[in-house]
Design a protein around this ligand. Sequence first.
Ligand code: NAP
Ligand code: MN
Length: 268
Amino acid sequence: MKVAIVANNVPHTQKVKDRLIQKFIDRHFDIDQQAPDVVVTIGGDGTLLSAFHQYKDRVDKIRFVGVHTGHLGFYTDWRDDEIDDLVVSLQSDNGQSVSYPLLEVQVKYQNEAQREVYTALNEVVLRRSGTTMMTDVYIGGEFFERFRGDGLCVATPTGSTAYNKSLGGAVVHPSLNVIQLTEISSINNRVFRTLSSPMIIAPNDWITIEPEGAEDFILSVDSDSYPKSKITEIKFKVSKKKIHFAKYRHTHFWRRVQDSFIGDGYDN
Ligand code: NAP
Ligand code: MN
């Protein structure tokens, strides 16, 4: 098995990384940062997001394992004091994995030759830096509403506990192959009227938006933001690809949600 390690810059994480590398060497694992079979991340959910983007071209061939050096995350299952067990468990690996949906986003520009495709693990957000954003919203190619406000967010199920949740979106079980649209501060009056509720879009449907105005858009894909101009259309759909996790410690999803957002007090 070829393994790669992606860690954040926190000093404690770096120590865990050094220990893990030594254990991989002792047990004759092949450390290959370029073309690994398994990518072990050490840090938080943000570390796994950045590892996903680093290896996104090989996402079909790779399985991830998340080690958390802080609190239990949504993509991180192993505690940093369990890396002995993790290495032993990888040594007896039988290829087992769990897979979660990804979001595919296609961006078209006034220049028709220019097209881009992004894949997100958490969400994609479109907003403007100067004025409010105006855009027509289509579901499955049919006009749905005319949005005016700060921006729109489209999230995956595993991303539903991140920015989506702060925007009032629903927490979605990751066994559902769907995407969710949430509004960021919509203006509702006689001219602009939106549903004003989060919407969950079925696997075979898609969302298209046609933003008005040429300049000062910001497209955020997970942790990265890109300035954009002259966009004519953005299409959001459930990706055909999925992210795979190896040696996934089964934590009941709703237990994980409770652990992150409600805490021990829930038992009292
Ligand atoms: P960050 O600013 O360090 O992350 C913000 C927080 O989101 C961190 O506590 C991070 O956990 C957590 N997080 C990331 N993915 C999550 C998930 N799927 N479920 C629950 N929590 C999650 O930046 P980052 O670490 O690179 O993460 C980028 C993400 O931040 C974006 O994808 C977006 O979802 C989120 N974000 C949220 C808001 C908001 O809620 N107002 C605004 C902007 C961005 P860790 O500490 O474990 O990394
Ligand atoms: Mn982070």
